[in-house]
Design a protein around this ligand. Structure first.
Ligand code: HEM
Length: 190
């Protein structure tokens, strides 16, 4: 029980390193330093292979939302979208060259999140249940007590953009954004 709680309260350093990259790239380095201070985060650098408290992501993004007057969900989505090229690079050995958005989404749970869990058993990526609904629709059920549906929607959009398929992939969140279990509908237009 305690181990499960620890696993959920801590998140892989890659997420924090990529959040820093997102803020510095979208704003600048001094914004990042100010956010850490406002959010009460004491360390000033994050390491890829360490684990850090999940609530620090919410605190940092919450402060960014307040200072830029943007909804946290939108920022989480932008962050998710932004991180895809780096995630794909970090875990490139698990991606088959013939995969595009559709195959990537079908295979994320086993190939990608599976690899994340195997490579580091301290991690606990969200459960993704991806179901084929006909030939041009996928339904993704995302479940995580961390409730990061905004990041999930952003990653799906980021994957479409990574494969240069944004114009034919429509992503729609069908559940309340702060739910523990949400459904994301992905339509592939011809
Ligand atoms: C390119 C393939 C992907 C890679 C390499 C990847 C990798 C990761 C990693 C390393 C984490 C941190 C896990 C932890 O600290 O426990 C994570 C978390 C997360 N992933 Fe993925 N992921 C991928 C695809 C996806 C997709 C397609 C979605 C959404 C449908 C998604 C949604 C999330 C969310 C929302 C989190 C934040 C933690 C949480 O919600 O519990 N990921 N992912």
């Amino acid at each position: 029980m305690e181990k499960q709680c620890d696993a959920l309260h801590l998140m892989h350093g890659s997420m924090f390193v990529l959040l820093e990259r997102f803020v510095v790239d979208t704003y600048d380095h001094s914004t990042w330093l100010k956010l850490l201070e406002w959010a009460g985060v004491e360390h000033t650098s994050f390491q890829m292979h360490e684990m850090y408290p999940t609530h620090e992501i919410f605190a940092i993004v919450g402060c960014l939302g307040e200072s830029t007057e943007q909804p946290v969900f939108d920022l989480m989505e932008q962050f998710g979208e932004f991180m895809v090229p780096d995630l794909m690079l970090l875990y490139s050995r698990y991606v088959r060259p013939e995969w595009r958005t559709y195959e990537m989404l079908i295979n994320t749970e086993d190939a990608m999140h599976g690899a994340v869990r195997r490579e580091d058993n301290r991690t606990n990526p969200p459960k993704l249940l991806v179901t084929k609904k006909g030939v041009d629709q996928l339904m993704i059920e995302y479940s995580s007590k961390r409730r990061m549906a905004g990041v999930a929607v952003g990653i799906v959009k980021g994957i479409a953009s990574y494969f240069d398929e944004s114009d034919k992939v429509e992503v729609m969140l069908l559940s309340p954004a702060d739910a523990e279990r949400v459904q994301i509908k992905v339509d592939f237009l011809n």
